[in-house]
Design a protein around this ligand. Structure first.
Ligand code: HEC
Ligand code: HEC
Length: 448
């Protein structure tokens, strides 16, 4: 099973939603944004805010369920400098729980004492992730967590050597035996499974915004609601920062200067050059500075960037609107963003694991739409020898890929209006995804 198969967000008819968004936009269009929003907008925003309700449980892969002993071991490993080659750098050295799992500096240093290549990201809400690292080069957390241990700049250790060192420690032998009763050895796979389980448990806690999203009208004041309306309307932030974690889990070039090609280098597509993964906007009050290069020190500087700092180049995301906000609108947007942060240092929400995802109903038919960053339908059944036609009826470039299983496929840059045909010769289960918007998944079962 893959990640990201949590219960789908409550679905509303598209037309209804579009109407709501327009309403929000109109309401915030004038200079008295705040007053207008405080009146009629509560009703207008009602439809939008259901899209931001928190899910009931945290998704975990069936292959690595969150048993308490494993979680405890993962937390211990995460804080242990013994994981590094010189015994001095722990995961928490860079992902400090008191700083929302970041390090508070633009560019940090690890065992090599040299500047790292990118800024340390916060680690909130990764259980819902579709790909990891700023450029998405790891497809699972189990794969990701090996990276920092073996990275010569970060922890500089090698996993088999680390496993044998931990094996010489009696209390670790006991902890691994409890965490993995079926395979009680200490190896790279167990270390990765425990660390990934700990990272999945880092769910951002409820804030004032959640109280409002759940229906408490007075949890936000008029200015904060006006900011939320702007976020979804005129400012266009929700084109990418969507859903309860405020991310579409996709890769976008938002026009930051620099030569780092990000996602484009990983998937070999110029259309994704300078594109980095949309971060969750939860708990930002604790995680400055911002962006993959740590270049923006404050949220005010982030708004300056979106207002007049964007470098125009061919790879710029089609989801990025050109926006100019008035001073009161800027203040409202910042006031809204503040409601997504805890008032005291955030403590991860208590863990409620979601049960296994309900199987998707497979549709018959061989034509798939890609509108609004979604494969529709998202599960299909075809016969061996048949092909699927995937139509880009969206406004964005897509990149249809199949990396796992006996058959590989890569559409390259699939521009709006273009269709690609994927033949399926052999029976089996296949999972197609988009290299630029990897939360887009298409389950294909091929029958004889
Ligand atoms: C020396 C600093 C440093 C240490 C130590 C470190 N990390 Fe990181 N971590 C980073 C940086 C920098 C990135 C982003 C790198 C990139 O995207 O290219 C990152 C990225 C991540 C991500 C991906 C986040 C996302 O949004 O996709 C996870 C998960 C993570 N680290 C977990 C860990 C774990 C677990 C450990 C300990 C085994 C660890 N890190 C140790 C600096 C560090
Ligand atoms: C086109 C998609 C898109 C739009 C629209 C967009 N963002 Fe972003 N946002 C991103 C991406 C991608 C990043 C990370 C970019 C990077 O590091 O290179 C980001 C980063 C951020 C960050 C830094 C978070 C961190 O942890 O470093 C903040 C804050 C932010 N955006 C707020 C906003 C606001 C407010 C708006 C509306 C004015 C907005 N964004 C519009 C995609 C978008």
């Amino acid at each position: 099973m893959s990640l990201g198969q949590a219960a789908p967000a409550p679905s509303l008819p598209k037309a209804f939603l579009a109407g709501m968004l327009t309403a929000a936009l109109v309401l915030t269009g004038g200079s008295q944004a705040q007053e207008q929003v405080s009146g009629a907008s509560d009703a207008a925003l009602q439809g939008v805010r259901v899209l931001y309700r928190r899910p009931d449980g945290v998704p975990f892969p069936e292959t690595n369920p969150p048993m308490p002993a494993k979680l405890a071991l993962g937390r211990r490993l995460f804080a242990d400098p013994k994981l590094s080659v010189n015994g001095k750098v722990a995961c928490t050295s860079c992902h400090d729980p008191a700083l929302g799992f970041t390090d508070g500096v633009p560019i940090g240093r690890g065992v090599a004492k040299k500047p790292l290549i990118r800024h340390v990201p916060h680690l909130w809400n990764l259980s819902w992730g579709a790909a990891y690292f700023w450029d998405g080069r790891a497809r699972t957390l189990e794969e990701q967590v090996r990276g920092p241990i073996e990275d010569p700049f970060e922890m500089g250790e090698n996993l088999p050597r680390l496993a044998s060192r931990l094996g010489r420690d009696r209390s670790y032998r006991k902890a691994f035996a409890e965490a993995f009763p079926e395979h009680p050895q200490i190896g790279p796979d167990q270390i990765a499974a425990a660390l990934a389980t700990h990272v999945r448990s880092l769910v951002s806690p409820k804030t004032r915004f959640d109280a409002w999203a759940e229906g408490n009208e007075t949890a936000l004041n008029a200015e904060e609601k006006a900011g939320f309306a702007l976020f979804n309307g005129k400012a266009g932030c929700s084109n990418c920062h969507s859903g309860w974690a405020f991310t579409d889990r996709a890769f976008h070039d938002i026009g930051l200067p620099g030569s780092d090609l990000g996602r484009g280098k990983v998937i070999g597509l110029p259309a994704a050059d300078h594109a980095f993964q949309t971060p969750s906007l939860r708990e930002l009050a604790w995680t400055a500075p911002y962006m993959h290069d740590g270049s923006l020190a404050t949220l005010d500087a982030v708004l300056d960037h979106y207002d007049h700092g964007v470098v125009r180049r061919p790879s710029l995301s089609p989801d990025l609107k050109r926006v100019t906000l008035t001073e009161p609108e800027r203040a409202a947007l910042l006031a809204f963003l503040a409601t997504l942060s805890s008032e005291n240092p955030p403590v991860p929400a208590s863990l409620v694991a979601a049960g296994p995802a309900a199987p998707l109903t497979a549709h018959e038919g061989t034509v798939i739409s890609q509108k609004d960053k979604l494969f529709q339908p998202s599960a299909v059944r075809v016969r061996a020898g048949e092909s699927l036609t995937i139509v880009n009826d969206d406004v964005r470039t897509h990149n249809v890929r199949l990396d796992t299983g006996p058959q590989k496929f890569n559409s390259g840059a699939q521009e709006p209006g273009q269709s690609v045909t994927v033949p399926f010769a052999r029976p089996g289960r296949y999972e197609l995804y988009c290299g630029i918007h990897p939360a887009m998944r298409l389950d294909v079962s091929v029958e004889r």
